[in-house]
Design a protein. Structure first.
Length: 191
């Protein structure tokens, strides 16, 4: 009788794990279930724990949630050839972002980064052509001091309507980093 109950328990636990995994994947970008703000929030959450559930999966989420144009720019930032495998690109990108003193380390929670909360201070700009622009700010947890302001240029994927990153404008407000210089900053800091 104990063995039968134990086997039933194991089956239920297995079903819960599968259900949890499916729900987790549906909420992870790129997903047609996410609106623009939900997409940015989910992407930032994935980046905060870059090795959960697997090594480099947060960076992989960033890479796979990008248009071909933005992927090419990410590859260029780390000097990866166009035919490099995605997992190799993600590993190198993760290493570049988390390297000590990199301003983008805040995104992946590297040792020297500050804890932040996200805010969306303005309305989403819907360009009514499958493109949107979202302003997102990273503010110091506890003090509400502005750390970084980002403008996310998003584009809908034609096959399922999921949002993809087509560009990120990064403006820095932390004293330890050079003040934001716009679009060039992302490439300059990773490369």
């Amino acid at each position: 009788n104990f063995d039968a109950g134990y086997n039933i328990l194991l089956k239920r636990i297995g079903l819960l794990r599968v259900q949890s995994s499916v729900e987790s994947q549906l909420s992870r970008p790129p997903s047609s279930y996410l609106d623009t703000i939900g997409f940015v929030e989910a992407l930032l959450s994935a980046l905060r724990v870059p090795d959960d559930p697997l090594p480099d999966s947060g960076i992989g989420t960033l890479f796979h949630s990008s248009t071909w144009r933005w992927r090419a720019l990410l590859r260029e930032c780390i000097g990866a050839p166009r035919d490099a495998e995605a997992r190799v690109v993600c590993r190198a990108l993760g290493n570049a972002i988390s390297r000590e003193g990199n301003q983008f380390g805040i995104l992946v929670g590297s040792d020297d980064s500050e804890d932040y909360v996200t805010s969306f201070p303005s309305e989403v700009v819907d360009l009514n052509d499958g493109k949107s622009w979202v302003e997102c700010q990273l503010r110091a947890a506890g003090s509400d001091r502005l750390l970084v302001s980002m403008g996310w240029r998003l584009k809908r994927r034609s096959m399922d309507g999921a949002w993809l990153i087509d560009g990120i404008d990064w403006h820095e407000y932390r004293d330890s980093y050079r003040p934001g210089i716009g679009r060039e900053e992302w490439v300059r800091s990773l490369g």
